[in-house]
Design a protein around this ligand. Sequence first.
Ligand SMILES: *Cc1c(COP(=O)(O)O)cnc(C)c1O
Length: 370
Amino acid sequence: MSGQMPQVVIDLDALRHNLGVARARAPASRLMAVIKANGYGHGMRRVAQALGEADALAVARVGEGAQLRDAGIAARIVVLEGGFDAQDVAEAAGRGLDLVFHHEEQIALLAAARPARPTRAWLKVDTGMHRLGFQVEAAPAAHARLVALARGNAPVGLMTHFASADDPGDPATREQLDAFRPLAARLGVPVSISNSAGLLGCPEAHGDWVRPGLMLYGASPFLGGRAAALGLRPVMTLRSRLIAVNHYRRGERVGYGGTYTCPEDMPVGVVAVGYGDGYPRHAPSGTPVLVGGVRVPLVGRVSMDMISVDLRGAPGARLGDPAVLWGEGLPVEEVAECAGTIPYQLTCAVTGRVAVVERGAERPPLDAGR
Ligand SMILES: *Cc1c(COP(=O)(O)O)cnc(C)c1O
């Protein structure tokens, strides 16, 4: 293991493999790869370039789409939250971004902007998530307004989003589908329903376009799920090394607040990674860490730049040994569960001071934009 530590290894072959899994699971649908929030922390530009096989890319905000255009990405790009103001709408139109319309006000902005070129529009309907979207009854009128504004040039798609697809037993997903179907039949436009969980768990919800995010990065979208069981490979590995091996006596306490007390004389290691790198501060004692390929438990509080680990299970551990915090050999889902969060948050949270190493790149590493 070489280079500045900690570092994230971004495995672009794994990313492309996972795209293939998504394709195979939804073979009749087109696929927009969701790369918002800096590609879930993997680097938006690099992920966009590696996912050239996707039919479209999806981001949350116009600014993200503009960054992709600036980076020379010519792919179709869908802006999932649509434009927030007149400037956003003008920019999206000028740069050829698909806009999602979830609110009357956004349609008014498009009407006022009168863009020179037709804008591809998606109408977002709320079928039960109760976050963004027109109510189902209001959707036909909003659709008609958008068709008129697009001057017949641009296809208008219909989109909705699941609230509880991460739990395949939750009846809410079926209720959302039941609410969506008659509207989709009435409007007769391309539809997009499924995130990763819907794509993997609800084949009847594939529709014309699927919208996977998390699964592309090699994590399971299901509660208690593991990527390997779905044939997915982790894209991000966060790793560092052991920078101290110390020996403490029974009863001695470790770290800020002394929250961990050694139950016997024992070796305690220090790994150079902390919440300043994006490792979750709330990961409790017992959260697994791989040291030299051996699973050992974190002990005491997570510091800004360091964590401590119980090395009783790895008596051969030496200074400089590699440590994996999540990724290859240690599922990010498991670390997220220990820390009371979800894999999305862990990969998004990796900070700018962590070095990035690309694997499987077809091009030389990019200088910026992780
Ligand atoms: C983020 C997002 C997705 C992707 O969800 P995953 O759970 O990461 O697959 C799909 N659709 C919308 C509207 C989103 O905001």
